[in-house]
Design a binder for this molecule. Structure first.
Ligand code: CP
Ligand code: NVA
Length: 311
């Protein structure tokens, strides 16, 4: 039972969880995946509120389908229905939601908005992506890597591209799980120094090495090569300029060869094929991108079970 430690908690950053708690979530996710029928009524009568300021395929569908599969219900609410903090104060929204629903998932621009909702409401709040972090993605990613590698500790993940929200959460999860994470970016696009510092501190407990650099030779020997879009949601106006800067960092067959024949290719999706990754790599036998997408469903069902207190 992981409910004792996780029931009622928020999932804002993976640094808020102990290595044991994250491993327990991954174990529960594997159980949910292997035996979904066992959990079919676990969240009967429970409601999840979903708030989106940005587009989504995977996050929306996996949270909605996940609640259905657990016997509960999800309500989709977009910023066009009423932007939190604009139509009404964040505090008042938080104090309304906690009267009606059992948990909330939020995808926002501002990381502080999700953190504030978590602080101001009595229900679990789940970060479904902010400009700073994407913890649900990292949980699904390490679940996927664990299916390939079995023992995660000491494995090496090289992320190539923009030092963004996905890169930050991979570092946070890696630090907690003992996975060495190297972030390789063009000059000027390194991850947040504050996040790197916090991850290195957390890594002291597990022996993970968190490295940042610009040299593509850093992918050599990686067990997984990971990339993401060069312009994240909200950075569309920079897309053209970024394309020129990031092109040398494209994950193509030549770069995968530098990593080695056993390295898997990972991407959170959506992919801009032909930019950060070639079709050849995305559709190669080394690619686990659709396993990652599938595991969003199982990992988040585990998160819902644990935080709502039914696991
Ligand atoms: N990876 C991910 O979060 O996908 P969506 O933006 O489609 O939710
Ligand atoms: N870094 C991307 C991730 C999308 C899932 C973005 O924020 O748009």
């Amino acid at each position: 039972m992981i409910a004792e430690s996780l029931a009622g908690r928020d999932l804002i950053s993976l640094l808020d969880f102990s290595p044991g708690e994250i491993r327990a979530l991954l174990t529960l996710a594997a159980e949910v995946k292997a035996n979904p029928g066992h959990f079919a009524k676990a969240l009967e009568g429970k409601t999840l509120f979903l708030y989106f300021e940005k587009p989504s395929l995977r996050t929306r569908v996996t949270f909605e389908a996940g609640m259905t599969q657990l016997g509960g219900h999800a309500i989709y609410y977009s910023a066009s229905d009423g932007k939190i903090g604009v139509r009404e104060s964040v505090e008042d929204v938080a104090r309304n939601l906690e009267r009606w629903v059992d948990a909330a998932m939020c995808r926002t621009f501002s990381h502080e908005l999700v953190a504030d909702l978590a602080r101001l409401s009595g229900i679990p709040v789940i970060n479904g992506l902010t400009d700073r972090l994407h913890p649900c993605q990292a949980l699904a990613d390490f679940m996927t890597m664990q299916e390939v590698e079995e023992d995660l500790a000491g494995k090496r993940l090289a992320y190539v591209g923009d030092g963004n929200n996905v890169a930050h959460s991979l570092m946070e999860a890696g630090a907690k799980l003992g996975v060495h994470v190297t972030i390789v970016t063009p000059e000027g696009f390194a991850p947040s120094e504050e996040v790197v510092r916090a991850c290195r501190e957390a890594a002291g407990e597990t022996g993970a090495r968190i490295a940042v650099g610009t040299d593509l030779s850093l992918v050599e020997g990686a067990d997984a090569v990971y990339t993401d879009v060069w312009a994240s949601m909200g950075q569309e106006s920079e897309a053209e300029e970024r394309r020129r800067i990031f092109l040398p960092y494209q994950v193509n067959a030549a770069l995968m060869r530098r990593a080695g024949p056993d390295a898997v290719f990972m991407h959170c999706l959506p992919a801009h094929r032909g930019d950060e990754v070639t079709d050849e790599v995305a559709d190669s036998p080394q690619s686990v991108i659709f396993e990652q997408a599938e595991n969003r469903l199982h990992a988040q069902k585990a998160v819902l079970l644990a935080l709502i207190g039914a696991a």
